[in-house]
Design a protein around this ligand. Structure first.
Ligand code: GDP
Ligand code: IMO
Ligand code: MG
Length: 429
C-alpha cells in the first residue's frame, strides 16, 4: 500500500488538479485537507473542461471515494453549485462517494463580507489580494472557537444560536468599514438552504480513511494553494490562512503522520503568483508576457491575470525541506517553447551574501536579487510528444538540471492541459 500527498510547490496553480485527476486512477480514496473555494483546479479530460474549487479532482474517476477533511473551510452554497455543475456533466455525485467531515468549518456570509470589506479598506501596499471568498475570516473563527461546523447543520437551533452570538461583533466590524449590517434570519436562511443538502454527505473522515487503509486501499491527500502561501512558512502576511505544507495532510483529516508515505510536489516549469507579495524572479518584459499568454495564466477562481517569472530553485529548495518531497511532477514545459534561452534562479544575493534558501528576516524575499543560471531554449512544440525519450535534448537537460539542483526525482512530465498530455519518467532517464 502506498499513500500519496500532493502539494503545490510554488504559489499555487501548478497543475495540482490535473495531476490529482491523473493519479486518481491508481487510488481508492481522495481527500482534500485544507483551503476552501479560494482554490481553482482546472482539469481537462478528452477536451472537456472541469473547474473544481472544493470537490477533490478525483471525482472525475467513476467509483473513487472523495472526502473533505476537517482542515477545509466549506461554503455550502458553492459546494452545492459545484455538485450540480458536475452532475449536469454526467459525473456521479452521491453521498456514497462524496463525503464531508462533521468537523469541517462552514464559511458564513459574514466571512465573505468581512474578507471583501477589509481588503477594500487596505492601501494598495498592504492589500493581500485575497480571493474574497471568506477564507481568512472563517479560519479566524475556527481558532477563535466561534466557528460553525458541518455537524452543527444537523441541529438548526445550534446554527441559529451561533449566528445570533456572532453577529453583533461581525456587524460592528462591518459598520466600521461602512458596510450594511447582516440580519440573523437572512444569514440562517441562506446557510441552511444549501446546508441541508450537505447533511447526507457528513461522515467521520478520519474513520473512513483508517477503515479504508486497513482494507489495503490507497489514499491520496489533495493539497490546495502552494507551499509558499502557507500561513506559517509562506511569504507572510501575503499568504492564505491555512497550512499548505504536506504534514498538514495528517492534521487536516485526522490521520497519523506515519500514513503519509510519499509526497509529490507539483512544480510548474516557471513561476506564477496571484495577488500581492514578494516574487524575486518576476518578469515585467516580453518573456513574462510570453509565459502569461502561452501559459494562459489567468486565475480560474477570480479571473485575475497571474504574475509570471522564471523558475526559482531557492524557493523550491525550501519546499523540498518543508515537505520532504519524494518526487516531482513537472508541468507546463510546453509553455517554454519559443524562448531563446531559459533561466532559473539557483540562489539569491542579499545584503552582500549569497543564499541557497530564502533568508528568513522580515521582508527579505522582497529585497533579494536572484542569481541566474542560463540554459538553451528550444523551438519544438511539445504538446504532441508522448514519451520522455522523444523530448528534444534541451528540454531533457532543463529537467535534469532542476532534478540535480533539488535532489528530488522528476517522475512525471506534463506538456499540455489534457489528462493525456502527460508521461512518466524512469529514475535517471
Ligand atoms: P492548480 O490550482 O494547481 O490545480 O492549477 P490550475 O488549474 O489553477 O492552473 C493550471 C492551469 O494550467 C490549468 O488551466 C491547466 O489546465 C493548465 N495545465 C496543467 N498542466 C499543463 C501543461 O502541462 N501545459 C499547459 N499548457 N497547461 C497545463
Ligand atoms: P490553487 O489551489 C493561487 C492566494 C490569493 C491571495 C492569497 C490569500 O488554485 O492553487 P485567500 O483568499 O486564500 O485568503 O487569499 O492566496 N491564493 C491562491 N493563489 N492559487 C490558489 O489556489 C490560491 N488560493 C489563494 O491570490 O494572494
Ligand atoms: Mg488553481
Amino acid at each position: 500500500m502506498s499513500n500519496l500527498v500532493i502539494v503545490g510547490a510554488q504559489w499555487g496553480d501548478e497543475g495540482k488538479g490535473k495531476l490529482v485527476d491523473l493519479l486518481s486512477g491508481d487510488m481508492d480514496i481522495i481527500v482534500r485537507f485544507q483551503g476552501g473555494n479560494n482554490a481553482g483546479h482546472t482539469v481537462i479530460v478528452g477536451g472537456e473542461q472541469y473547474i473544481l474549487h472544493l470537490i477533490p479532482s478525483g471525482i472525475l474517476h467513476p467509483g473513487k471515494v472523495c472526502l473533505i477533511g476537517n482542515g477545509v473551510v466549506l461554503d455550502p452554497t458553492v459546494f452545492c453549485q459545484e455538485m450540480d455543475t458536475l452532475a449536469a456533466k454526467g459525473v456521479e455525485i452521491s453521498p456514497a462517494r462524496l463525503k464531508i467531515s462533521y468537523k469541517t468549518h462552514i464559511i458564513m456570509p459574514y466571512h465573505r463580507a468581512l474578507d471583501i470589506a477589509r481588503e477594500k479598506a487596505k492601501s494598495a501596499a498592504n492589500r493581500i489580494g485575497t480571493t474574497g471568498r471568506g477564507i481568512g475570516p472563517c479560519y479566524e473563527d475556527r481558532v477563535g472557537r466561534t466557528g460553525i461546523r458541518a455537524a452543527d447543520l444537523c441541529e438548526p437551533d445550534v446554527v441559529r444560536r451561533k449566528i445570533e452570538l456572532a453577529l453583533p461583533e461581525k456587524n460592528a466590524l462591518l459598520a466600521m468599514y461602512g458596510k450594511p449590517e447582516l440580519k440573523a434570519g437572512a444569514v440562517f436562511d441562506e446557510v441552511m438552504a444549501a446546508g441541508a443538502r450537505l447533511i447526507p454527505h457528513l461522515t467521520d473522515v478520519s474513520s473512513e480513511i483508517m477503515d479504508g487503509a486497513a482494507k489495503g486501499k490507497n489514499i491520496m491527500f489533495e493539497g490546495a494553494q502552494g507551499v509558499h502561501l502557507d500561513v506559517d512558512h509562506g511569504t507572510y502576511p501575503f499568504v492564505t490562512s491555512s497550512n499548505t505544507v504536506a504534514s498538514n495532510a495528517a492534521a487536516g483529516c485526522g490521520v497519523p503522520a506515519s500514513m503519509l508515505d510519499r509526497v509529490m510536489g507539483i512544480v510548474k516549469a516557471y513561476t506564477t503568483r496571484v495577488g500581492t507579495g514578494p516574487f524575486p524572479t518576476e518578469l515585467f518584459d516580453e518573456t513574462g508576457a510570453h509565459l502569461q499568454t502561452c501559459g494562459a495564466e489567468v486565475g480560474a477562481t477570480t479571473g485575475r491575470v497571474r504574475r509570471c517569472g522564471w523558475l526559482d530553485i531557492a524557493l523550491l529548495r525550501e519546499t523540498v525541506r518543508l515537505c520532504g518531497l519524494t518526487e516531482i511532477a513537472f508541468t507546463k514545459l510546453d509553455v517554454l517553447t519559443g524562448l531563446d534561452e531559459i533561466k532559473m534562479a539557483t540562489a539569491y544575493e542579499y545584503k552582500g551574501r549569497s543564499y541557497l534558501y530564502p533568508p528568513q528576516t522580515h521582508n527579505a524575499l522582497a529585497e533579494v536579487v536572484p542569481i541566474y543560471e542560463t540554459l538553451p531554449g528550444w523551438n519544438t512544440p511539445l504538446r504532441h510528444i508522448g514519451a520522455w525519450e522523444e523530448l528534444p535534448a534541451p528540454v531533457q537537460a532543463y529537467v535534469r538540471r532542476v532534478e540535480e539542483l533539488l535532489g528530488v526525482p522528476v517522475t512525471i512530465v506534463s506538456v499540455g492541459p489534457d489528462r493525456d498530455e502527460t508521461f512518466s519518467r524512469k529514475a535517471g532517464a
